[in-house]
Design a protein. Structure first.
Lengths: 216, 216
């Protein structure tokens, strides 16, 4: 196995954990080379502006990838209509072994036409919107359809990353990565999905996302 | 409840998920204000150099915090002897409601003298080293000792963040944050702790960390 070229998309309005979760897992692949890319090289700010991440490369600098990771965030709703970004995603996808997304990053894969007729997932609040692009909403945490792998909201990118490491480097290696990041989750509540969270909590968040135009 | 001033420490050689995990959770507190701080304002690079995060503030800019988050990474071994950083940590701690760490960030709290006689945790490979500073190694995922909260390796900062949100804003609010980041973990393996991982995997990683001077 030679270098694994991992390309992580950044943009203003990103949700930081969407990209840092899979990055932290995938960079532990043997011979991993990771590049962070945005429309222009330089800083992008998270949705709340609190954190800047740096893209070392511009879209024009990157013409191929073994693994493409497209994160989400409130900004994706507008980026679904950004034809030059979608064109770049389509072009990179023709070169990848794996094309992946976390959270509403899948809305960009969908808008680029890559999910037509395929099962896919996204953040729970946006799930039904996948049908607008001919994808089949699927509420699993990680959805594999050939080389396209979509993950559910925000933290699901960690599980997606481990799934990919297993595909690329084998189960035992992936178990080592899981131990390396001590990923033995013990959340203090069991409220991480619509099916498990208290109804009042689901309702409060659904209204918040609806007000931001992220759900149907 | 007024603003919650959250201060996240950055340094070259950081493990990105150590800080982005708790950041992603804590920034969802009502009235959260988050500042990223490093010795000097500007970019810091992760352990592998692949990702740069931006500190908007220098240590000198920050003189207090409601919540201090100290992350880990391979760099902490050297930073344990960085007296000016330890002095800053001690000074901020005198102002905090919560002083927290993720992974080997607790070695910096320990080196600063804040963990003497207290139970604490860190990345599993460094756990016994806590005794060098008079702390009591404790292999729980999140260890609360009064206002000091230490979390285990890398991904444990997400669980720590949710624990803190519950303390600060209540259980129901924390459940909402958990649903917001769709934290319903489903790792493809059950290999996230030394007790659960296959022995060969534990041995391989133990040798790796030992070679890097992170274990005893």
């Amino acid at each position: 196995m030679g270098d694994v070229d991992i390309v992580c998309l950044l943009f203003d309005g990103i949700t930081a954990l969407d990209i840092v979760g899979p990055y932290e897992v995938l960079q532990r692949l043997p011979e991993a080379d990771v590049k962070f890319v945005a429309r222009a090289a330089g800083e992008v700010r998270t949705d709340n502006k609190f954190l800047a991440l740096v893209a070392d490369c511009s879209l024009a600098d990157i013409t191929s990838a073994d693994v493409l990771v497209v994160p989400g965030g409130f900004a994706t709703r507008a980026l679904e209509r950004d034809e030059s970004l979608l064109e770049w995603i389509r072009a990179i996808d023709t070169t990848t072994t794996w094309t992946t997304s976390v959270c509403t990053g899948s809305m960009l894969l969908a808008a680029a036409g890559l999910l037509r007729g395929k099962e896919a997932t996204t953040h729970w609040a946006s799930l039904e919107r996948l049908t607008e692009y001919g994808a089949i909403p699927t509420s699993r945490r990680v959805v594999e359809q050939g080389k396209i792998v979509t993950a559910a909201g925000v933290s699901a990118g960690i599980d997606m990353g481990l799934t990919l490491v297993a595909r690329i480097a084998g189960d035992e290696y992936a178990q080592g990565v899981q131990l390396g990041i001590e990923y033995d989750p013990q959340p203090p509540f069991d409220s991480g999905s619509v099916a498990k969270a208290p109804p009042a909590v689901v309702e409060f968040l659904s209204e918040l996302y609806s007000a931001r135009g992220l759900s149907n």
